[in-house]
Ligand binder design. Structure first.
Ligand code: SF4
Length: 272
């Protein structure tokens, strides 16, 4: 049976979902985050497509779920113990509000987590300590690669593209929580950096383009177009199949990927 996984952004949403499932005698499995992940994760629900349809119909817009992706068992180990405490906690908590298949690789997932606190003040300090990060003063935001994952930190959110599955996303969020709080606690000894370092990665961009080599951007191939974009000679929005598509989630994911690689999206593109 095809199994799907979702998570709800609020605890009361989770309670409502469980009440619906119990009332209708529907089967679902819960993935509970361990106490060490309590600041960044709420339980995830795994169920079949039929159960998902009933749940969505019953909950309606009152308790929107973060989204659905195909369920894949995690290969990651969850840490033991309690969540690490910090005397100065600038991070607060994170809750996943968007959960989608990754546009660049449908075996991976993309998540966006909303943050309870404003981490904007720590971003210039992170820019000074995180290797190969790309800082933008607009926001501000900080983008970097974490293995295969592409991360964008903003004052009130964290986006992760190409996470393995939801437990992997939780573990990443907890790791960023610790780095952010630790960096903030050490800020007296760190010179904040407002320097923008952009090193667009052609291969990463190619993987996120439609890959049809249709030529509508004026280049013979997506690869040629990616090279031009990364060297600043073409604007990403010239890929018409991506930016004139009705699939706003795909456009948003491509824009996030560009932000992650320090690629400007061009002023002509507004609606995402
Ligand atoms: S328009 Fe987009 S899909 Fe078509 S060749 Fe150019 S980059 Fe590739």
């Amino acid at each position: 049976m095809d199994l799907m996984v979702t998570t709800l952004a609020r605890e009361d949403g989770l309670e409502a979902a469980l009440a619906v499932l119990v009332q209708r005698d529907l089967v679902c499995r819960m993935i509970r985050p361990v106490p060490a992940l309590a600041r960044v994760a709420l339980p995830a629900l795994v169920m079949g497509r039929e159960e998902r349809a009933v749940l969505e119909e019953c909950l309606g817009d009152d308790y929107p779920c973060a989204g659905w992706v195909e369920y894949r068992p995690t290969r990651r180990e969850m840490p033991s113990g309690e969540a690490q405490e910090f005397s100065e906690d600038i991070f607060g908590t994170a809750r996943i509000v968007t959960l989608q298949p990754c546009v660049a690789d449908d075996t991976k997932i993309r998540v966006i987590a909303d943050l309870s606190n404003d981490i904007g003040p720590v971003i210039p300090y992170l820019n000074a300590v995180v290797d190969n990060a790309s800082y933008s003063g607009n926001g501000p935001s900080l983008s970097f690669m974490d293995g295969e994952r592409m991360i964008v930190l903003r004052p009130r959110s964290i986006s992760i593209a190409k996470a393995d599955e939801i437990v992997d996303a939780w573990l990443c969020l907890e790791r960023y929580r610790q780095t952010i709080n630790d960096t903030w606690s050490r800020r007296a000894g760190i010179e904040p950096s407002f320097e923008a370092r952009s090193k667009p990665n052609v291969i990463e961009l190619i993987r996120r383009l439609p890959g049809t080599n249709c030529g509508m951007c004026g280049e013979m191939t997506c690869m040629a177009f990616a090279v031009k974009v990364c060297s600043g000679k073409a604007a990403i929005v010239e890929c018409k199949p991506a930016f004139e598509s009705t699939d706003s989630a795909s456009r948003r994911a491509l824009l996030e990927a560009c932000a992650g690689m320090g690629i400007p999206v061009g002023s002509s593109f507004r609606e995402v």
